[in-house]
Design a protein around this ligand. Structure first.
Ligand code: ADP
Length: 217
């Protein structure tokens, strides 16, 4: 199965022995399989690292009771925002809608974050926000983005140490494409933008999970 660990026949046999007889030493497992302890070492290492078995010094191996999908789900729930976040693309609140559209094209992103002169997050601009502003009769060279942006405190934010799965849920709940990664300042609800998490980052995480590229213990 994609994403869950596939065990070979010998590893399945080891699991069965430990389930039945654990805690059991490596020596005793080897005896039951008519193999040497050295031959078994790599299999035991894989089963322990993957979380199927636990090894206690002087006691031996015992079965953790977790199946492949439980272990995968535990791994996924350990991924933090900073492992997948991208750099943020920002514009200043006084920039025109026209400038913001140019930045969106040049930087090839779907969402811009708007900052004030202290570099604090004040707004978000999505593709549709800019399209909507361009459809009216207004002069997009003259309108500053702070007139049309979604503004604080209505911005959904996350922190770099948050769990990626929680941010994925926020993206779905709020039906948005991007969430700024922020750092707190000395003032309540005033943030510095340090990154962004988008649906593209989530797709990359999904591919890593499916291809077993996660390097988590
Ligand atoms: P679009 O609809 O342009 O494809 P989104 O779905 O991301 O892009 O944005 C929908 C609306 O939600 C826009 O008005 C945008 O300003 C707002 N928005 C986008 N990201 C956020 C966010 N992190 N927090 C609050 N509002 C947001």
């Amino acid at each position: 199965m994609v994403g869950t660990i596939e065990l070979n026949q010998r590893q399945e046999k080891i699991l069965a022995i430990v389930k039945e007889n654990g805690p059991i030493t490596g020596e005793h497992i080897a005896d039951q399989l008519n193999l040497t302890r050295a031959t078994l070492r790599p299999d035991l290492a894989i089963l322990t690292m993957a979380g199927f078995l636990e090894a206690r010094p002087r006691v031996g191996y015992f079965y953790t009771g977790k199946n492949g999908s439980q272990l995968l789900s535990e791994k996924v729930k350990k991924i933090r925002v900073h492992e997948y976040a991208s750099l943020p693309v920002v514009v200043s609140a006084s920039n025109s809608v026209y400038d913001a559209i140019c930045t969106m094209f040049l930087e090839d992103v779907g969402t811009l974050f708007v900052i004030d002169k202290h570099k604090h997050l004040v707004g978000v601009l999505s593709r549709k926000d800019l399209l909507r502003a361009s459809m009216g009769k207004q002069e997009i060279h003259q309108i500053p983005v702070n007139i049309i942006m979604t503004r604080m405190p209505n911005i959904t934010v996350c922190k770099k140490e948050d769990l990626l799965i929680d941010v994925a849920l926020k993206l779905m709940e709020k039906q948005i494409d991007s969430i700024p990664v922020v750092k707190e300042t000395s003032m309540d609800d005033v943030f510095e933008v340090i990154g962004r998490v988008t649906k593209t980052n989530m797709t990359k995480a999904l591919v890593d999970i499916a291809c077993d590229n996660l390097d988590l213990q």
